[in-house]
Every structure is written in structure tokens, then in C-alpha cells.
Write a protein that binds this ligand. Structure first.
Ligand code: NAP
Length: 275
């Protein structure tokens, strides 16, 4: 597969080894792109161990390079304009062009009952889920205009399409992300820039697996029982994989989607999205 050969893609929030961002990096590399894998600098707990995010990104990049792919790891805090400008300048210097931006970084801050959500949690959610994608889009659009086109793919959620109780900040920002995608699609289609939103449902990342285990402990049930209950409303009766989301991103980034812009593409196994 070389549909993206010669092209450069940036993916945010890509350090979690079994996260959606890392799967997107791997898939875009398989499609032939040189991929800049980014995440916020700092440490994260994985399987009970504190891990440095930049080391995790470097592991991902080395794995990709061992399979003859091209990738680069860079720090990027999507909420910080200075960090964005440094990252984009570095990508331009190292890779010379930017064809694809995948706004994958996300935050569940403020996933609580609406009345318990603090203004600070709301601000964190706004910064990561909505302001960051907006500032990054503003940073890459001039590069894409100069190339005569590009693709921006925002990772929303089924929470972009409807609401369920207890996720107020996340749902609000992910709805806003759809508005951002449509705005970019409407305003920059004339420049050959396409912008779409991918809306994952239940995806088996570490975070999702940990939530199933926690529920099993709380309810004195097995993980299988919890999963059967949780996925009862999913038409396909299962969670998806990060690779399923990556496949949707690869489609929207590739030439097969050249006439597709401004859409929401659920990757949810057919889950009801709330009201
Ligand atoms: P994840 O592993 O937590 O990926 C999100 C990444 O973004 C994390 O590495 C996270 O760091 C990072 N991030 C947080 N703040 C950042 C910042 N300021 N700058 C740059 N990166 C930052 O979760 P995931 O499940 O793979 O989710 C990826 C995307 O899919 C998110 O947008 C999420 O909302 C969406 N999604 C996931 C699911 C699912 O079932 N997994 C379902 C629907 C939608 P931290 O670890 O510090 O937060």
C-alpha cells in the first residue's frame, strides 16, 4: 500500500502503545507516509509503571523504522501555541511539507455529573479536545494551501453525535469538534483541503480495558459479563480495535476519499449515540 507515498502526516496524542494514536501512526506509515508521532512531554502510568511519553514515542518510531517505515517523534502539547509553532517549524525543517493532520489527542477531564464538573475541568477539556485542534489546523492550513491541498482528520467520538449522562465536558467539546471540521471543510475546500471527523465508539484501548476491569471488580462480576452487558446495545456486540479507527483515518487521508469532506464517520459497531 503506497497511497500516501511521499506525503507527511502529523498525529497528536500518539504515545500510548495500545492507543488509537499509535495505531494511526502505524497505519499511515503502512500507506507510505512519513509520519510525525507526537504527544505531550511527561510521564504516564502504563500497566502499573511510570513511563516517559517521549520514550514511548521513540519506541514506536524505532519499531516502524525496523519495518522500513519512516517516522519521527516530537513533543507537542496541543494546548500550547508555542509548542505547536515549534513542532510545525521542526516538521517543516525535517520533512519539508505537511499533507495530513490527525487531531487524535483527547481528554476525558470533566467526565462526571454535570453539576460536579468544575470550570477548571471544563477548561482542560476545551483546551485538549477543541482549542488544540483549532490551533493546529490554523498552523497547518497555510502549508497545505501552499501544496494545493491537504487533509485534516479530527478524532471525535460517538459523543460527537449524541449525549449520554455523565460526560458533559467531553460531549460538549466533541460536538464542537464536528463544527470545527465542517467549518474547515466549508472554508478551505476551495484550496483542496478536506476535513472530516472520525467518531469511535467503544474501542479496546488500555483505558477501555481498565474501565471494564474496574466495573468487574465493583460489580463482583467477570470481565466477560461486564463486556456482554456493555456491548449489548452495540449492533456488532463487541468493542472495536484501535486498528479499526486507523483504517477509517487511512481511508479519509487517502485518494479514495477525494470527494469526501465535512462528514462524521462513526467507527462504533453500530452503537446508539444517546439523545
Ligand atoms: P489515549 O491513549 O488517552 O490517547 C489520547 C492521548 O492524548 C494521550 O496520550 C493523552 O495524554 C494525550 N494528550 C492529553 N493531553 C494532551 C495535550 N495537551 N497535548 C497532546 N496530547 C495530549 O486515548 P485513546 O483511547 O487512544 O483516544 C484517542 C482519541 O480517540 C481521543 O480523542 C479520544 O477522545 C477518542 N476516542 C476514544 C475512544 C475509546 O474507546 N478509546 C472512544 C471514542 C473516542 P494523557 O494520557 O495525559 O491523557
Amino acid at each position: 500500500m503506497t497511497e500516501l507515498a511521499g506525503q507527511v502526516a502529523i498525529v497528536t496524542g500518539a504515545s500510548a502503545p495500545r492507543g488509537i494514536g499509535a495505531a494511526i501512526v502505524r497505519r499511515l506509515v503502512e500507506e507510505g507516509a512519513a509520519v510525525v508521532a507526537t504527544d505531550i512531554d511527561g510521564v504516564v502510568e502504563i500497566e502499573g509503571r511510570m513511563r516517559d511519553r517521549m520514550e514511548l514515542l521513540q519506541d514506536l518510531v524505532e519499531d516502524v523504522q525496523n519495518k522500513n517505515g519512516t517516522a519521527l517523534a516530537l513533543p507537542l502539547d496541543v494546548t500550547n501555541l508555542d509548542s505547536i509553532q515549534k513542532c510545525i517549524a521542526s516538521v517543516k525543517q525535517s520533512c519539508g511539507r505537511i499533507d495530513v493532520l490527525v487531531n487524535n489527542a483527547g481528554s476525558l477531564a470533566g467526565s462526571d455529573s454535570f453539576m460536579s464538573t468544575t470550570p477548571d475541568q471544563w477548561q482542560v477539556s476545551f483546551g485538549v479536545n477543541l482549542l488544540g485542534p483549532m490551533m493546529l489546523a490554523q498552523a497547518v492550513i497555510p502549508e497545505m494551501q501552499a501544496l494545493g491541498g491537504g487533509r485534516i482528520i479530527n478524532i471525535g467520538s460517538t459523543g460527537s453525535l449524541g449525549a449520554e449522562a455523565g460526560f458533559g465536558a467531553y460531549t460538549t467539546m466533541k460536538h464542537g469538534l464536528v463544527g470545527l471540521s465542517k467549518t474547515i471543510a466549508a472554508e478551505f475546500g476551495v484550496d483542496g483541503i478536506r476535513c472530516n471527523t472520525v467518531c469511535p465508539g467503544y474501542i479496546m484501548t488500555d483505558m477501555h480495558a481498565a474501565a471494564n476491569q474496574r466495573l468487574a471488580q465493583e460489580e463482583n462480576a467477570t470481565v466477560d459479563e461486564i463486556q456482554t452487558r456493555r456491548y449489548a446495545d452495540v449492533a456488532l456486540r463487541d468493542a472495536g480495535l484501535p486498528e479499526d479507527v486507523a483504517a477509517a483515518v487511512a481511508y479519509l487521508a487517502g485518494p479514495g476519499a477525494h470527494y469526501v469532506t465535512g462528514i462524521n464517520l462513526p467507527v462504533s459497531g453500530g452503537v446508539p449515540c444517546g439523545i
